[in-house]
Design a binder for this molecule. Sequence first.
Ligand code: KG4
Ligand code: ZN
Length: 343
Amino acid sequence: MIVLGIETSCDETSVAIVKKKNRFLLGDVLSENTLSQVKKHKKFGGVVPELASREHSNTIDYLVKKTLKESGLSLSEIDAFAATLGPGLLGGLIVGSNYAKTLALTTKKPFIAVNHLQGHILVTRMKRKIKFPFLCLLVSGGHTQMLLVRKYNDFKLIGETLDDAIGEAFDKVAKLMGYSYPGGPIIEKLALKAKKRVDFNLPEPLINSKNFNFSFSGIKTATRKIIGNSFDKKLKCELAKNFQDCVTNCLITKCSKAIDLYKKKERINSFVLAGGVASNKFIREKFINLCAKKSLQFIVPEQDLCVDNATMIAWAAIERLQINKKGDILDFEPKPRWALEKL
Ligand code: KG4
Ligand code: ZN
């Protein structure tokens, strides 16, 4: 089975062709091309939706043709066409989904509507067998969710952020320090350069609460106050480190409790870390240690599969086609909000 996937939900236009290997449900990427719009949005300090959809629309045709050419396949050799239908920015979702629908219509092959978050999570199963159910922490620019994944399309939300997503907190703190979007990789680099431990007294909201929810806006606000109060710029690496430590501690504390509960309750034996923030090496390291302590298999995708990409969209479609061969209707409308529990 060979699927062409399109991802246009935010500021990356990405197209990938993924093939399922025969005997096992594992996949190979035949070709992938991603065009980042980061530079175009830089001067605005964040992603501008109108600009994003225009860029997707300008580049999608070129990217699909290039990806097909590099795969060595013709259009008729593709078995299904998939696109992100949500959650995300409406303009971009329309561009990508219309393109995939048109390809499906003209080739008379199935069209598959993929949930972006489902793609982030399932792509961890592309290169290795991970048995359901497993526990997953999804950490991206728009989401921070803890989920019990029972099947490819059965997700139970067990905790989430009550305010900012963790990636958003990284981005906002970097912006307060004068850096551009995306701030996550910048904070990670600054933190690595910290020479000494300085305690800025940042809060760790909800860390002792009994549920599995998170809150990151308080940490961001506290950072704003520190920077606003005659902040010694020489300490910016130490502040970045302090911030990264605090948010990581919140994640680890809650996940540790959830692992204890769900190991007993649902017999999970794997923990998956997914989403753009999962490319942070410091956070990955902390989760490796946590899972080793809890005797749980830890899985995180390679860094380029953590951030937005079309491979994850093609792969999620392959997982679904294994169970249900029928495509989605071409009237399937993009959903800027689309919870994993409502697949
Ligand atoms: O999953 P993703 O590519 O897009 C969304 O679906 O949101 O995640 C993007 C987010 C941004 O907030 C970015 O700052 C963050 O992931 N991010 C990181 C790192 N790399 C990307 N955050 C912390 N450390 C990183 N190395
Ligand atoms: Zn994403």
